[in-house]
Design a protein around this ligand. Structure first.
Ligand SMILES: Cc1cc2nc3c(=O)[nH]c(=O)nc-3n(C[C@H](O)[C@H](O)[C@H](O)COP(=O)(O)O)c2cc1C
Length: 314
């Protein structure tokens, strides 16, 4: 049974990556992830706000790591692990994107995940201007570093197929679908906002499956699913929808690093039961499923679905 796959030109022994999160805070957790079978680890993001010397001590205490500590951790992870270590950067200014991308490359990162987190707040920035900014960041980082680059994006893009094509042209090798935005709730008794970092549920996966299926044949970039991978069945769904890898966070935070093995065992069992000799074979053989999945979210099906609600009550 061949579980190996390629992601960003890196050889992965299987498709399961520990995604950007506190799972990379300690080297011992990362070692346990590797022992359980994780094929790569994406570090939590280094934020420009951590780098900016102007921020107050109080604001600084929001961050676990200074850039120097982040790089130190990256070096330790590289020393103790044999799987690829992917650094994650979330910056604002173009200069900082370039400088810190180089810094992370020099510290030994096998690849760089560009974590795009834009929240347009002005009424002067058109969607095109916001998107141009993203392409410019990718182009700049591509120009100044040689390690492969993936881009983690939000689903809230007006025309994702074209956006995807432009990211590829700008130099990205992989696309991570999707980032999760913080969505603060409102307490109507205390009149305060309530910000919680909830872990995901498998419901988050459906949006990812839709876009994986829609983008797979439209890009040469490797697609990585992030969001809602909680079981081996979820891993299979992401793969047959077009992902070459999946990034798992909430399920590993909930069940512990050893859960990677459960996911891998379930994946192997499914491949065997369906007579696939490799993950790649499974993905390539279900082209019709992907086309159906892509069609299933189209207008025709939308109209049929909303009408079938009334009919189901008759
Ligand atoms: C506690 C926590 C911390 C996270 N930190 C980061 C981060 O630093 N950078 C990033 O790109 N994503 C971060 N994420 C998002 C995850 O990488 C992932 O995209 C998201 O949780 C969806 O995957 P899941 O459904 O497997 O949890 C974080 C998520 C959690 C739960």
């Amino acid at each position: 049974m061949k579980l190996s796959t390629k992601y960003l030109g890196l050889d992965l022994k299987n498709p399961i990556i520990a995604g950007a999160s506190p799972l990379s805070f300690s080297v011992s957790t990362a070692v346990r992830l590797e022992q359980a079978g994780a094929a790569a680890i994406v570090m939590h993001s280094l934020f420009e706000e951590q780098i900016d010397r102007q921020i107050t001590q109080n604001e600084r205490s929001n961050f676990q790591y200074t850039p120097e500590q982040y790089v130190q951790l990256l070096r330790s992870l590289k020393k103790e692990l044999s799987i690829p270590v992917i650094a994650s950067l979330n910056s604002v200014r173009e200069g900082a994107w370039v400088r810190y991308a180089q810094y992370l490359q020099d510290a030994g990162a096998d690849a760089l995940e560009i974590n795009l987190y834009f929240l347009p707040r002005t009424d002067t920035d058109s969607s095109s201007i916001v998107e141009q900014r993203a392409f410019q960041i990718i182009r700049l980082v591509r120009q100044f570093v040689s390690i492969p680059i993936s881009v983690k994006i939000s689903p809230w893009i007006t025309s994702l197929p074209q956006f995807t094509q432009r990211m590829e042209e700008a130099g990205a090798s992989g696309l991570v679908l999707f980032n999760r935005f913080i969505q603060p709730d409102i307490d109507i008794e205390t009149f305060k906002t309530v910000t919680r970092l909830d872990l995901s549920t498998p419901d988050a996966l459906l949006l990812r499956l839709h876009w994986l299926a829609a983008l797979y044949s439209r890009t040469r970039m490797d697609l990585s699913a992030s969001g809602g991978i909680h079981s081996a069945q979820d891993v299979v769904k992401a793969i047959v929808s077009g992902a070459t890898s999946v990034q798992c966070v909430s399920a590993l935070l909930q069940n512990g690093p050893d859960y990677v093995k459960t996911l891998l065992d379930g994946l192997s069992e499914w491949l065997e039961r369906h007579n696939f000799s490799s993950v790649d074979e499974a993905r390539e053989n279900v082209d019709s499923l992907r086309k159906d999945a892509d069609k299933a979210s189209g207008r025709d099906n939308y109209i049929r679905m909303i009408h079938s609600w009334e009919q189901s009550k008759e």
